[in-house]
Write a protein that binds this ligand. Structure first.
Ligand SMILES: Cc1ncc(COP(=O)(O)O)c(C=O)c1O
Length: 462
């Protein structure tokens, strides 16, 4: 975290213990710092003083270069609802690898992959594969603009849709919609940033602006429900988009095949016009898709676009529908369709949330753990509200409180958890897979208890 200098500021015993515990990672971090900005390859992997370097993984666990095992709640940034190296997915990858990794041609696996998506997502009348979720949301917005002939996009504060130019303001900063460095003001201006869940604001935006091409959002709320949203908001957005001829885009990059087998849209029984998928869709390999109404995706179709008298939207991409990703994705989606993998991950997450809250209550810390489906979030109560873990309602809190909290404190909690064998995400929460067991939950709760004691010893929670 860029603003964290825990060690210099506090002479933290936790940080010192972490350094002592992870000499192999420290060594690699020194080398990585000479190669990568901040020594990392994804902003979310930024840990102060450095992150652990992982060598291998299996199921819910991963091992660092110093031989320590971690219970993994980062879950491949959400891609691994089946855990690491699911045997069926691994076999499918090996078979595909054996046949070739890039044909520069259509191939049977892309057809199977698309069918596997359609089986679970009824709104996916047509599908286009991309290499990342960023590309999928980029194409979804381009399609919305081209289809409607309008330009302005409604987005919500705190919602993440990747890092392309239209999505950078309003995620962690620039909530006034001003452009972040390197982004053209004209691009940023074409987004309206609203408060998540505020139907009146959406209504007002439509009423005052005839130029709205669509709405994009994370349907269960930003960061898989850290600031939760439910079915009622989705239904309202559906109604307003239909009324105003705008395109409703569900960004299901995280919720897809996780909130339910068919994603948030099936869980909420709301049919978006377009959806973006990534992470789980490609079974733990790079890959993503934009999917939705045929008449909209017709703008990518040579003949259909010509028939409509429209200019086709170009869409190349060297690794679109890569056959190895297709094999992994098809295998993963088939398991999700035919087993209770999603439900099991959600049930284990519910039990973890309960156990962590019991510890918070026992230690009399004014925090809470909450979440839906297979996720959990940690509320560290930056405004020092008088809440307890068992009477905490995240829907009554502000965006600032839910997403706030000292980064230095959360960083220290992460180090303490790593020292006790657990890898959380950068917000102090995480995502579960169907491979996390009751034992993992018990061990995580014990690690959390120990981490809270360590934080207290450093005077962090007094
Ligand atoms: C909701 C959401 N949309 C889009 C993206 C971007 O996906 P990718 O990292 O594959 O570009 C992410 C990534 O975390 C995401 O969480």
């Amino acid at each position: 975290m860029n603003d964290v200098t825990t060690e210099q500021r506090t002479n933290s015993r936790i940080t010192a213990a972490y350094r002592e515990h992870t000499p192999g990672s420290a060594e690699l971090a020194r080398e990585a710092a000479e190669l990568f900005p901040s020594g990392i390859t994804h902003d979310a992997r930024n840990v102060d003083p450095y992150c652990v370097f992982i060598e291998r993984a299996q199921g819910p666990h991963k091992w660092d270069v110093d031989g320590h095992r971690y219970i993994d709640y980062f879950g491949g940034h959400g891609a691994l609802i089946l855990g690491h190296r699911h045997p069926v997915v691994s076999k499918a990858i090996a078979e595909a690898m054996d046949e070739g990794t890039q044909f520069g041609a259509s191939h049977p696996r892309e057809v199977q992959w698309a069918r596997a998506i359609q089986r679970l997502v009824p709104s996916a009348e047509r599908i286009r594969f991309t290499s990342s979720g960023t590309e999928a949301t980029l194409m979804a917005v381009r399609l919305a603009r081209a289809f409607t002939g309008k330009q302005t996009l409604i987005r919500f504060k705190g919602h993440f849709h990747g890092w392309h130019d239209q999505m950078t303001s309003g995620y962690t900063n620039h909530f006034d919609g001003s452009p972040t460095p390197g982004v053209l003001p004209g691009v940023a201006e074409k987004s309206i940033l609203l408060n998540p869940g505020d139907v009146a604001q959406v209504r007002e935006a439509f009423a005052s602006n005839p130029d709205i091409c669509g709405v994009i959002y994370e349907p269960t709320g930003s960061s898989f429900g850290q600031v939760p949203l439910g079915a009622d908001f989705a239904q309202e957005l559906r109604r307003l988009c239909t009324q105003h001829g705008a395109i409703l885009i569900f960004d299901e990059v995280v919720t897809g095949f996780r909130a339910s087998r068919g994603g948030a849209q099936v869980a909420f029984n709301v049919r978006p016009d377009l959806s973006s998928f990534a992470k789980i869709v490609a079974g733990g390999l790079p890959g993503a898709a934009v999917a939705g109404r045929k008449d909209i995706l017709d703008l990518l179709d040579f003949k259909a676009a010509e028939k409509l008298g429209k200019e086709k939207i170009a869409h190349p991409g060297t690794f679109n529908a890569n056959p190895v990703s297709a094999a992994a994705g098809t295998a993963a989606l088939t398991i999700i369709a035919e087993t209770d993998a999603c439900d099991r991950a959600s049930a284990t997450a519910a039990s973890l949330r309960e156990k962590l809250n019991a510890i918070i209550a026992e230690e009399k810390v004014k925090w809470a753990v909450y979440g839906t489906y297979s996720g959990f979030h940690l509320f560290v109560n930056p405004s020092r509200l008088d809440i307890g873990p068992h009477n905490f309602d995240p829907t009554r809190q502000t965006l600032e409180d839910l997403k706030g909290g000292s980064k230095a404190l959360i960083n220290k909690l992460r180090l303490a958890m790593l020292l006790n064998g657990v890898d959380l995400n950068p917000r102090g929460g995480g995502l579960l897979s169907c491979t996390h067991t009751a034992q993992d939950v018990t061990d995580t709760a014990a690690a959390f208890h120990q981490a809270i004691r360590m934080l207290k010893q450093e005077g962090e929670l007094n």
